[in-house]
Write a protein that binds this ligand. Sequence first.
Ligand SMILES: NC(=O)c1ccc[n+]([C@@H]2O[C@H](COP(=O)([O-])OP(=O)(O)OC[C@H]3O[C@@H](n4cnc5c(N)ncnc54)[C@H](OP(=O)(O)O)[C@@H]3O)[C@@H](O)[C@H]2O)c1
Length: 280
Amino acid sequence: MIVVTGATGNVGGPTIEILRSRGLKVRGVSRHPEHPDDVAADLADLDAVKAALAGATAVFSIVPAEPNQLDMEKNVIEAAKVAGPQVVARLSSLGANPEGEDSVSRVHGQAEKLLEESGLPYTHVRGNYFMQMFLTQVDTVVNQGLFATCCVGSAQVGFVDTRDIAEVAAKVLTSTDYVGKTLKLTGPELLTFAECVAKLGTAVGKDLKFYDMNSDDYRNILIGAGVSEYLAGHIIGLYQRVGAGGSAVITDEVAMVTGTPARSFGTFAADYADRFKLKN
Ligand SMILES: NC(=O)c1ccc[n+]([C@@H]2O[C@H](COP(=O)([O-])OP(=O)(O)OC[C@H]3O[C@@H](n4cnc5c(N)ncnc54)[C@H](OP(=O)(O)O)[C@@H]3O)[C@@H](O)[C@H]2O)c1
């Protein structure tokens, strides 16, 4: 039984789909399960996490960006110690560093350290900035024809498609070949946000505008849209790291693990174009 937390998210969703399409037994974990084989558990509740991971032969630990992320990470580790899987793959961030300046890199660096120190057979699955994050602004793209960030300027990014992270995870979870390894997953090319927005516009058939704001204005917009102070700070810190060139990385590790080249941003834009089109 392969257990995947964050089962309904950007990475957990496609990972489970791939594993199930190969006939493997999977139990997805989230607070609002969407499949009959999945279970409801809050990662903040250790007993619930232990029950959700019982009998796991492999675990994919995907923990959401919340103020209590490290506590939830610890709960998954404690529950995995009881279950005794052959591998605990953990979704991490490309810039993971326990002493990192921004909270994204710091939390992921500290969580990786906790997992290593647990003695569990781990694999760090570090993703660069997800292409699917463009979906978080579908409404403004559709209604106002614009996409906004802060602090990124003309920095380049090796954006990765979460479907490729899922393909890699499916390999990692069904073998012991990647135990003890750190995988750095990116797309095949370096692009600026402005170039991505132009590609998205081509796919959608619309001239989209790109706004790169200062951090204060962006924070106000996020808070106004109902984003928590913590998550707003988390996102802005990430954009500042991106702006300083911290995500200007490409590797061939998707292809090395899966045998298939990582998807380009053009492929992402074409595949998701309908979501960015005005519904009549
Ligand atoms: N965005 C990026 O570019 C990027 C890059 C590298 C790494 N990451 C990391 O990726 C992780 C997030 O993965 P994702 O984007 O695939 O997830 P996501 O799309 O944000 O979805 C979060 C998932 O976690 C579940 N969840 C949320 N709170 C929960 C709780 N308290 N207990 C149990 N389940 C809970 C959600 O389902 P319910 O709401 O139903 O519980 C959902 O399945 C974060 O650690 C982030 O730092 C992100």
